[in-house]
Design a protein around this ligand. Structure first.
Ligand code: ZN
Length: 439
Protein backbone atom coordinates (compact mmCIF):
# COMPACT_ATOMS: atom_id res chain seq x y z
CA UNK A 1 0.00 0.00 0.00
CA UNK A 2 1.30 3.48 -0.88
CA UNK A 3 0.45 5.48 2.23
CA UNK A 4 1.18 9.14 2.66
CA UNK A 5 -0.68 10.12 5.81
CA UNK A 6 0.08 8.63 9.17
CA UNK A 7 -3.56 7.86 9.93
CA UNK A 8 -3.85 5.69 6.82
CA UNK A 9 -3.92 1.90 7.19
CA UNK A 10 -5.46 -1.03 5.30
CA UNK A 11 -9.19 -0.38 4.76
CA UNK A 12 -10.29 -3.34 6.92
CA UNK A 13 -8.13 -2.12 9.78
CA UNK A 14 -9.39 1.47 9.49
CA UNK A 15 -12.98 0.32 9.65
CA UNK A 16 -12.32 -2.04 12.54
CA UNK A 17 -10.63 0.75 14.51
CA UNK A 18 -13.45 3.21 13.90
CA UNK A 19 -16.04 0.62 14.85
CA UNK A 20 -14.19 -0.10 18.08
CA UNK A 21 -14.05 3.63 18.88
CA UNK A 22 -17.85 3.59 18.65
CA UNK A 23 -17.94 2.10 22.18
CA UNK A 24 -16.70 5.46 23.45
CA UNK A 25 -20.03 7.12 22.73
CA UNK A 26 -22.66 4.44 22.93
CA UNK A 27 -25.76 5.87 24.53
CA UNK A 28 -26.13 5.35 28.25
CA UNK A 29 -25.83 6.83 31.73
CA UNK A 30 -22.56 6.24 33.56
CA UNK A 31 -22.59 6.52 37.34
CA UNK A 32 -19.22 8.14 38.03
CA UNK A 33 -19.78 8.72 41.78
CA UNK A 34 -22.66 8.10 44.20
CA UNK A 35 -24.16 11.46 43.27
CA UNK A 36 -22.65 12.13 39.81
CA UNK A 37 -24.05 10.78 36.55
CA UNK A 38 -22.80 11.31 32.99
CA UNK A 39 -25.02 10.86 29.94
CA UNK A 40 -22.89 9.65 27.02
CA UNK A 41 -24.05 9.37 23.41
CA UNK A 42 -27.31 11.33 23.64
CA UNK A 43 -25.81 13.75 21.12
CA UNK A 44 -22.19 14.48 20.18
CA UNK A 45 -21.05 15.64 23.62
CA UNK A 46 -21.61 14.51 27.19
CA UNK A 47 -23.85 16.08 29.83
CA UNK A 48 -23.52 15.39 33.55
CA UNK A 49 -25.78 15.67 36.58
CA UNK A 50 -24.45 16.27 40.09
CA UNK A 51 -27.03 15.52 42.77
CA UNK A 52 -27.05 17.71 45.89
CA UNK A 53 -29.27 17.98 48.95
CA UNK A 54 -32.11 20.05 47.52
CA UNK A 55 -31.35 20.12 43.82
CA UNK A 56 -29.02 19.13 41.01
CA UNK A 57 -26.30 20.80 38.93
CA UNK A 58 -26.13 20.14 35.18
CA UNK A 59 -22.74 20.42 33.47
CA UNK A 60 -23.14 21.06 29.73
CA UNK A 61 -26.44 20.74 27.94
CA UNK A 62 -25.87 19.14 24.51
CA UNK A 63 -26.73 20.69 21.13
CA UNK A 64 -30.48 21.26 21.16
CA UNK A 65 -33.58 20.57 23.29
CA UNK A 66 -34.56 17.30 21.57
CA UNK A 67 -31.46 15.32 22.54
CA UNK A 68 -31.18 17.22 25.84
CA UNK A 69 -34.75 16.22 26.78
CA UNK A 70 -33.84 12.57 26.31
CA UNK A 71 -30.80 12.91 28.55
CA UNK A 72 -32.84 14.86 31.13
CA UNK A 73 -35.41 12.07 31.16
CA UNK A 74 -32.71 9.45 31.62
CA UNK A 75 -31.29 11.49 34.53
CA UNK A 76 -34.69 11.56 36.21
CA UNK A 77 -34.47 7.87 37.15
CA UNK A 78 -31.59 8.90 39.46
CA UNK A 79 -32.97 12.19 40.77
CA UNK A 80 -36.06 14.29 40.27
CA UNK A 81 -34.74 17.21 42.27
CA UNK A 82 -34.96 20.64 40.63
CA UNK A 83 -32.04 22.09 38.66
CA UNK A 84 -30.24 24.63 40.86
CA UNK A 85 -27.46 25.48 38.44
CA UNK A 86 -26.20 24.88 34.92
CA UNK A 87 -22.53 25.05 34.03
CA UNK A 88 -21.12 25.59 30.54
CA UNK A 89 -17.56 24.27 30.28
CA UNK A 90 -17.12 26.34 27.09
CA UNK A 91 -19.26 27.90 24.38
CA UNK A 92 -19.18 25.32 21.57
CA UNK A 93 -22.68 24.63 20.26
CA UNK A 94 -22.69 20.96 21.24
CA UNK A 95 -22.44 21.93 24.94
CA UNK A 96 -24.88 24.82 25.31
CA UNK A 97 -27.86 24.40 22.96
CA UNK A 98 -30.18 22.21 25.05
CA UNK A 99 -30.31 24.01 28.44
CA UNK A 100 -34.05 24.72 28.39
CA UNK A 101 -34.84 20.99 28.30
CA UNK A 102 -33.32 20.49 31.76
CA UNK A 103 -34.98 23.35 33.62
CA UNK A 104 -38.71 23.42 32.93
CA UNK A 105 -40.05 26.59 34.55
CA UNK A 106 -37.07 27.06 36.85
CA UNK A 107 -34.49 29.72 36.12
CA UNK A 108 -31.30 28.43 37.73
CA UNK A 109 -27.96 30.21 37.89
CA UNK A 110 -25.91 29.54 34.76
CA UNK A 111 -22.13 29.57 35.16
CA UNK A 112 -19.58 30.33 32.44
CA UNK A 113 -16.22 32.06 32.20
CA UNK A 114 -15.61 35.72 31.68
CA UNK A 115 -14.53 35.04 28.09
CA UNK A 116 -17.60 32.95 27.29
CA UNK A 117 -18.50 33.22 23.61
CA UNK A 118 -15.01 33.89 22.33
CA UNK A 119 -14.77 30.23 21.29
CA UNK A 120 -14.69 30.45 17.54
CA UNK A 121 -12.62 33.42 16.67
CA UNK A 122 -13.05 32.79 12.93
CA UNK A 123 -14.40 35.82 11.19
CA UNK A 124 -18.06 35.70 10.18
CA UNK A 125 -16.99 36.91 6.75
CA UNK A 126 -16.00 33.36 5.83
CA UNK A 127 -19.13 31.68 7.18
CA UNK A 128 -20.30 30.47 3.73
CA UNK A 129 -17.16 28.38 3.24
CA UNK A 130 -16.95 27.40 6.89
CA UNK A 131 -20.39 25.85 6.69
CA UNK A 132 -19.39 23.77 3.66
CA UNK A 133 -16.26 22.57 5.41
CA UNK A 134 -18.15 21.85 8.63
CA UNK A 135 -20.58 19.60 6.73
CA UNK A 136 -17.63 17.71 5.22
CA UNK A 137 -15.60 17.32 8.41
CA UNK A 138 -18.55 15.86 10.29
CA UNK A 139 -19.85 13.91 7.29
CA UNK A 140 -23.29 15.44 7.80
CA UNK A 141 -24.50 14.52 4.31
CA UNK A 142 -22.96 11.07 3.99
CA UNK A 143 -25.23 8.09 3.34
CA UNK A 144 -25.63 5.48 6.11
CA UNK A 145 -23.20 3.00 4.47
CA UNK A 146 -20.58 5.77 4.14
CA UNK A 147 -20.99 6.95 7.72
CA UNK A 148 -18.78 5.70 10.51
CA UNK A 149 -18.52 8.31 13.25
CA UNK A 150 -17.00 11.70 14.01
CA UNK A 151 -14.02 10.43 15.99
CA UNK A 152 -15.31 11.49 19.40
CA UNK A 153 -19.02 11.55 18.57
CA UNK A 154 -21.57 9.38 16.80
CA UNK A 155 -22.31 10.07 13.14
CA UNK A 156 -26.04 10.42 13.35
CA UNK A 157 -27.08 13.15 15.72
CA UNK A 158 -30.30 15.14 15.80
CA UNK A 159 -29.14 18.57 14.62
CA UNK A 160 -32.16 20.45 13.30
CA UNK A 161 -32.86 22.18 16.65
CA UNK A 162 -29.34 23.53 17.04
CA UNK A 163 -29.12 26.05 19.90
CA UNK A 164 -32.89 26.32 20.36
CA UNK A 165 -32.64 25.57 24.08
CA UNK A 166 -29.78 27.93 24.78
CA UNK A 167 -30.01 30.03 27.93
CA UNK A 168 -27.40 32.75 28.46
CA UNK A 169 -25.00 32.63 31.43
CA UNK A 170 -26.00 34.58 34.53
CA UNK A 171 -22.93 34.05 36.71
CA UNK A 172 -19.45 34.91 35.49
CA UNK A 173 -16.50 32.86 36.69
CA UNK A 174 -13.56 35.26 37.07
CA UNK A 175 -10.05 34.52 35.77
CA UNK A 176 -9.02 33.52 39.29
CA UNK A 177 -11.66 30.76 39.31
CA UNK A 178 -14.44 30.20 41.84
CA UNK A 179 -15.05 27.88 44.78
CA UNK A 180 -18.61 27.67 46.01
CA UNK A 181 -21.37 25.41 47.30
CA UNK A 182 -24.47 24.73 45.22
CA UNK A 183 -27.31 22.57 46.56
CA UNK A 184 -24.95 21.42 49.30
CA UNK A 185 -22.32 20.31 46.77
CA UNK A 186 -18.83 21.77 47.06
CA UNK A 187 -17.80 22.74 43.55
CA UNK A 188 -14.78 24.49 42.07
CA UNK A 189 -14.51 26.22 38.71
CA UNK A 190 -11.01 26.49 37.27
CA UNK A 191 -10.12 28.48 34.19
CA UNK A 192 -8.50 26.23 31.60
CA UNK A 193 -8.05 27.63 28.10
CA UNK A 194 -7.43 24.96 25.48
CA UNK A 195 -9.73 23.87 22.70
CA UNK A 196 -11.33 27.25 23.28
CA UNK A 197 -10.16 30.39 25.08
CA UNK A 198 -13.32 30.41 27.18
CA UNK A 199 -12.91 26.92 28.64
CA UNK A 200 -12.99 25.92 32.29
CA UNK A 201 -12.97 22.63 34.14
CA UNK A 202 -14.95 21.61 37.19
CA UNK A 203 -13.55 19.94 40.31
CA UNK A 204 -15.66 18.25 42.94
CA UNK A 205 -13.31 18.00 45.94
CA UNK A 206 -15.48 15.62 47.97
CA UNK A 207 -16.27 13.21 45.15
CA UNK A 208 -12.81 13.68 43.55
CA UNK A 209 -14.43 13.94 40.14
CA UNK A 210 -12.98 16.22 37.47
CA UNK A 211 -15.15 17.36 34.57
CA UNK A 212 -12.72 18.36 31.84
CA UNK A 213 -14.91 19.86 29.12
CA UNK A 214 -13.35 19.49 25.68
CA UNK A 215 -9.74 19.80 26.80
CA UNK A 216 -9.82 16.03 27.16
CA UNK A 217 -11.55 13.24 25.23
CA UNK A 218 -10.44 9.83 24.05
CA UNK A 219 -8.52 10.79 20.93
CA UNK A 220 -5.48 12.87 20.11
CA UNK A 221 -6.90 16.39 20.60
CA UNK A 222 -8.17 18.44 17.72
CA UNK A 223 -5.51 21.13 17.98
CA UNK A 224 -6.75 22.29 14.58
CA UNK A 225 -10.14 21.57 13.01
CA UNK A 226 -10.16 21.15 9.21
CA UNK A 227 -13.55 22.87 9.09
CA UNK A 228 -11.44 26.00 9.62
CA UNK A 229 -10.53 27.51 12.97
CA UNK A 230 -8.41 30.35 14.26
CA UNK A 231 -5.23 29.27 16.04
CA UNK A 232 -5.98 27.29 19.18
CA UNK A 233 -3.47 28.08 21.89
CA UNK A 234 -1.73 24.72 21.99
CA UNK A 235 0.62 25.58 24.83
CA UNK A 236 -2.23 26.76 27.07
CA UNK A 237 -4.09 23.57 26.24
CA UNK A 238 -1.16 21.45 27.41
CA UNK A 239 -0.80 23.58 30.56
CA UNK A 240 -4.51 23.38 31.39
CA UNK A 241 -4.44 19.58 31.15
CA UNK A 242 -1.30 19.45 33.32
CA UNK A 243 -3.16 21.55 35.89
CA UNK A 244 -6.03 19.04 35.84
CA UNK A 245 -3.61 16.18 36.48
CA UNK A 246 -2.45 17.88 39.69
CA UNK A 247 -5.87 17.19 41.23
CA UNK A 248 -5.27 13.41 40.86
CA UNK A 249 -8.95 12.80 40.17
CA UNK A 250 -10.61 9.47 40.96
CA UNK A 251 -12.79 9.92 37.90
CA UNK A 252 -12.15 11.98 34.78
CA UNK A 253 -15.28 13.02 32.88
CA UNK A 254 -14.39 14.20 29.36
CA UNK A 255 -16.46 16.54 27.19
CA UNK A 256 -16.92 13.65 24.77
CA UNK A 257 -16.35 9.86 25.12
CA UNK A 258 -16.50 7.61 28.19
CA UNK A 259 -15.37 8.68 31.66
CA UNK A 260 -12.06 7.24 32.86
CA UNK A 261 -12.38 5.67 36.31
CA UNK A 262 -9.70 5.09 38.93
CA UNK A 263 -7.17 7.57 40.30
CA UNK A 264 -4.16 6.02 38.59
CA UNK A 265 -5.78 5.69 35.17
CA UNK A 266 -7.38 9.14 35.25
CA UNK A 267 -4.24 10.93 36.40
CA UNK A 268 -2.02 9.06 33.95
CA UNK A 269 -4.37 9.90 31.08
CA UNK A 270 -4.20 13.61 31.90
CA UNK A 271 -0.42 13.59 32.27
CA UNK A 272 0.03 11.72 28.98
CA UNK A 273 -2.37 14.03 27.19
CA UNK A 274 -0.59 17.13 28.39
CA UNK A 275 2.78 15.63 27.45
CA UNK A 276 1.55 14.62 23.98
CA UNK A 277 0.38 18.15 23.19
CA UNK A 278 3.54 19.67 24.60
CA UNK A 279 5.74 17.26 22.67
CA UNK A 280 4.09 18.04 19.33
CA UNK A 281 4.44 21.74 20.10
CA UNK A 282 8.09 21.46 21.14
CA UNK A 283 9.08 19.28 18.19
CA UNK A 284 7.42 21.73 15.83
CA UNK A 285 9.11 24.73 17.41
CA UNK A 286 12.50 22.99 17.27
CA UNK A 287 11.90 22.16 13.61
CA UNK A 288 10.85 25.72 12.83
CA UNK A 289 14.01 27.06 14.43
CA UNK A 290 16.06 24.55 12.44
CA UNK A 291 14.58 26.09 9.29
CA UNK A 292 12.25 23.24 8.37
CA UNK A 293 9.07 23.83 6.38
CA UNK A 294 5.54 22.88 7.49
CA UNK A 295 5.45 20.20 4.74
CA UNK A 296 8.60 18.59 6.12
CA UNK A 297 7.55 18.86 9.74
CA UNK A 298 4.07 17.50 9.10
CA UNK A 299 5.75 14.25 8.06
CA UNK A 300 8.50 14.25 10.67
CA UNK A 301 6.80 15.09 13.96
CA UNK A 302 5.51 12.02 15.80
CA UNK A 303 4.12 11.29 19.24
CA UNK A 304 6.80 10.04 21.63
CA UNK A 305 7.00 6.26 21.42
CA UNK A 306 5.70 5.61 24.95
CA UNK A 307 2.52 7.54 24.09
CA UNK A 308 1.79 6.08 20.67
CA UNK A 309 -0.31 3.15 21.89
CA UNK A 310 -2.32 4.99 24.52
CA UNK A 311 -5.98 4.50 23.56
CA UNK A 312 -6.83 8.13 24.37
CA UNK A 313 -4.13 9.44 22.02
CA UNK A 314 -5.03 7.59 18.83
CA UNK A 315 -5.74 10.14 16.11
CA UNK A 316 -9.45 9.44 15.65
CA UNK A 317 -10.32 13.14 15.83
CA UNK A 318 -7.25 15.35 16.04
CA UNK A 319 -4.26 14.69 13.79
CA UNK A 320 -0.58 15.29 14.56
CA UNK A 321 0.34 16.54 11.04
CA UNK A 322 -2.56 18.98 11.05
CA UNK A 323 -1.55 20.17 14.50
CA UNK A 324 2.00 20.77 13.27
CA UNK A 325 0.77 22.91 10.38
CA UNK A 326 -1.53 24.84 12.71
CA UNK A 327 1.29 25.53 15.16
CA UNK A 328 3.52 26.67 12.31
CA UNK A 329 0.89 29.05 10.92
CA UNK A 330 -0.16 30.15 14.40
CA UNK A 331 3.36 31.19 15.32
CA UNK A 332 4.69 32.47 11.99
CA UNK A 333 1.81 32.88 9.58
CA UNK A 334 1.69 31.28 6.13
CA UNK A 335 5.25 31.93 4.96
CA UNK A 336 7.72 29.06 5.46
CA UNK A 337 10.81 31.24 5.14
CA UNK A 338 11.99 29.68 1.88
CA UNK A 339 12.35 32.36 -0.84
CA UNK A 340 11.17 29.84 -3.45
CA UNK A 341 7.73 29.97 -1.87
CA UNK A 342 7.56 33.78 -1.67
CA UNK A 343 6.15 33.95 -5.17
CA UNK A 344 5.35 30.44 -6.43
CA UNK A 345 4.20 29.90 -9.99
CA UNK A 346 0.59 30.48 -10.82
CA UNK A 347 -1.20 27.07 -10.71
CA UNK A 348 -2.06 27.13 -14.40
CA UNK A 349 1.50 27.93 -15.47
CA UNK A 350 2.91 25.31 -13.13
CA UNK A 351 0.53 22.70 -14.57
CA UNK A 352 1.77 23.55 -18.08
CA UNK A 353 5.39 23.13 -17.01
CA UNK A 354 4.64 19.84 -15.23
CA UNK A 355 2.91 18.62 -18.43
CA UNK A 356 5.98 19.61 -20.47
CA UNK A 357 8.19 17.78 -18.01
CA UNK A 358 6.04 14.67 -18.33
CA UNK A 359 6.35 14.82 -22.14
CA UNK A 360 3.03 16.49 -22.88
CA UNK A 361 -0.54 16.53 -21.60
CA UNK A 362 -1.22 13.02 -22.87
CA UNK A 363 1.72 11.60 -20.94
CA UNK A 364 0.75 13.50 -17.81
CA UNK A 365 -2.77 12.10 -18.10
CA UNK A 366 -1.30 8.58 -18.43
CA UNK A 367 0.71 9.18 -15.25
CA UNK A 368 -2.42 10.31 -13.45
CA UNK A 369 -4.30 7.18 -14.49
CA UNK A 370 -1.39 4.95 -13.61
CA UNK A 371 -1.10 6.53 -10.13
CA UNK A 372 -4.74 5.67 -9.56
CA UNK A 373 -4.23 2.10 -10.79
CA UNK A 374 -1.32 1.70 -8.41
CA UNK A 375 -3.53 3.06 -5.63
CA UNK A 376 -1.04 5.86 -5.11
CA UNK A 377 -4.05 8.01 -4.30
CA UNK A 378 -2.37 11.16 -3.03
CA UNK A 379 -0.20 11.38 -6.16
CA UNK A 380 -3.26 10.75 -8.32
CA UNK A 381 -4.99 13.69 -6.60
CA UNK A 382 -2.01 15.96 -7.11
CA UNK A 383 -1.73 15.06 -10.81
CA UNK A 384 -5.49 15.46 -11.30
CA UNK A 385 -5.17 18.96 -9.86
CA UNK A 386 -2.56 19.75 -12.54
CA UNK A 387 -4.56 18.20 -15.41
CA UNK A 388 -7.62 20.27 -14.51
CA UNK A 389 -5.71 23.48 -15.28
CA UNK A 390 -4.56 22.46 -18.75
CA UNK A 391 -6.44 23.92 -21.71
CA UNK A 392 -6.01 20.63 -23.54
CA UNK A 393 -6.47 18.53 -20.39
CA UNK A 394 -9.30 16.03 -20.00
CA UNK A 395 -11.09 17.71 -17.10
CA UNK A 396 -13.83 15.14 -17.00
CA UNK A 397 -11.33 12.36 -16.56
CA UNK A 398 -9.32 14.34 -13.99
CA UNK A 399 -12.49 14.86 -11.99
CA UNK A 400 -13.28 11.14 -12.16
CA UNK A 401 -9.79 10.24 -11.04
CA UNK A 402 -10.06 12.68 -8.16
CA UNK A 403 -13.37 11.20 -7.02
CA UNK A 404 -12.00 7.63 -7.07
CA UNK A 405 -8.75 8.63 -5.37
CA UNK A 406 -10.64 10.49 -2.62
CA UNK A 407 -12.75 7.41 -1.95
CA UNK A 408 -9.62 5.26 -1.92
CA UNK A 409 -7.99 7.54 0.64
CA UNK A 410 -11.16 7.70 2.73
CA UNK A 411 -11.31 3.92 3.03
CA UNK A 412 -7.82 3.89 4.55
CA UNK A 413 -8.41 6.64 7.07
CA UNK A 414 -9.15 6.06 10.72
CA UNK A 415 -8.99 9.79 11.34
CA UNK A 416 -12.70 10.54 11.16
CA UNK A 417 -12.54 14.18 9.99
CA UNK A 418 -10.17 13.23 7.14
CA UNK A 419 -12.30 10.26 6.17
CA UNK A 420 -15.53 12.26 6.27
CA UNK A 421 -13.99 15.15 4.36
CA UNK A 422 -12.63 12.92 1.57
CA UNK A 423 -15.94 11.10 1.17
CA UNK A 424 -18.09 14.22 1.32
CA UNK A 425 -15.92 16.02 -1.23
CA UNK A 426 -16.02 13.02 -3.58
CA UNK A 427 -19.82 13.01 -3.40
CA UNK A 428 -20.00 16.74 -4.03
CA UNK A 429 -17.73 16.45 -7.08
CA UNK A 430 -19.77 13.55 -8.40
CA UNK A 431 -23.10 15.31 -7.90
CA UNK A 432 -21.92 18.16 -10.12
CA UNK A 433 -23.05 20.68 -7.50
CA UNK A 434 -19.54 21.88 -6.78
CA UNK A 435 -18.60 24.80 -8.95
CA UNK A 436 -15.43 24.72 -11.07
CA UNK A 437 -13.77 26.89 -8.45
CA UNK A 438 -13.68 23.89 -6.13
CA UNK A 439 -12.20 21.62 -8.72
ZN1 ZN B 1 -17.63 19.37 22.15
Amino acid sequence: MVANGQTQVEPDTALRMLNAQQQQFEQGIVKVADNVFTAVGFHGANTSMIVGTDGVIIVDTLFGPTSAAKAAEAFRQYSEKPVKAIVYTHSHGDHIGGASAFVGDERPDIYATDRFGSAEGVNKAVDPVKMKRNVRQFGRKLSPPESTNRGVAPANTHDSDRGEGYLPPTVTVPDSGLKTTIAGVEIEFHIGPGETDDAMFIWLPKEKVLLAGDNFYSSFPNLYAIRGTAYRDVLSWSESVAKMAEFKPHVLVPGHTMPIQGQEAATAALKDYSEAIRSVYDQTVRGINAGKSPDQLAHEVKLPEHLQDKPYLIEFYGSVPHAVRAIYAGLLGWYDGNPTTLNPLQPKLKARKIAELAGGTKKLTEQMKSALEKKDFQWALELADHVKWLDDGNKKLARKVKITALRGLAAREYNAPNRNYYLSYANELESGHLSEVWF
